[in-house]
Design a binder for this molecule. Structure first.
Ligand code: PNS
Length: 165
């Protein structure tokens, strides 16, 4: 009988707001890991977020009723949080070329800070290749169609924030 401990992956981000690209990464992570902790970062350099951390947590919890997905927030260094959670893996989605340099820097700095924590990159699905929270916010603010870009709960929240044009 196997007694291995559950493999937990932490999927960190600002998730402002969560998009269908993020949803895809969580679902694919669940095929690899026993449990995924979607971790909303509280102390980002991005000072102007559209949704508060509490709103983002609420949205993510509505999107992921699966008990294998835990939605949490963290403050401070990501690697400290990962170690505190008893995890060894950070999952990040990788989109088109533009993501690469930043993700490379982040993964290397995290490895330097905590060599036991490994970053695993999942390439985004082709339909999400150019999908980002920033673009979603822009489209929403200008009254564009959000179908297929974000979960329903997020679409409703964006319409409430920007009004439906
Ligand atoms: O979705 P984002 O904004 O690309 O996510 C970036 C995030 C939250 C993963 C990154 O900024 C982060 O880990 N912040 C926590 C502070 C930290 O540990 N910084 C990395 C040291 S290089």
């Amino acid at each position: 009988m196997s007694t291995r401990s559950p493999q937990i992956a932490v999927y960190p981000g600002s998730f402002d707001p969560i998009t269908n690209g993020h949803v895809d990464i969580v679902n694919r992570s669940l095929a690899i890991f026993d449990q995924v902790v979607l971790a909303v970062a509280e102390n980002l350099r991005k000072t102007t977020s559209l949704f508060s951390v509490e709103e983002r947590l609420e949205q993510a919890r509505a999107v992921f009723p699966d008990p294998r997905v835990e939605v949490d927030s963290f403050h401070g260094l990501l690697v400290d949080y990962v170690v505190r959670r008893g995890a060894r893996v950070v999952v990040r989605g990788l989109r088109a070329l533009a993501d690469f340099e930043y993700e490379f820097q982040l993964a290397h700095m995290n490895r330097r800070l905590a060599p036991s924590v490994e970053t695993v990159f999942l390439m985004t699905g082709d339909k999400d290749f150019f999908l980002s929270s920033s673009l979603v916010k822009e489209v929403a603010s200008l009254g564009g169609d959000l179908t297929g870009l974000v979960p329903e709960v997020v679409r409703t929240a964006l319409h409430a924030r920007f009004g439906r044009k």
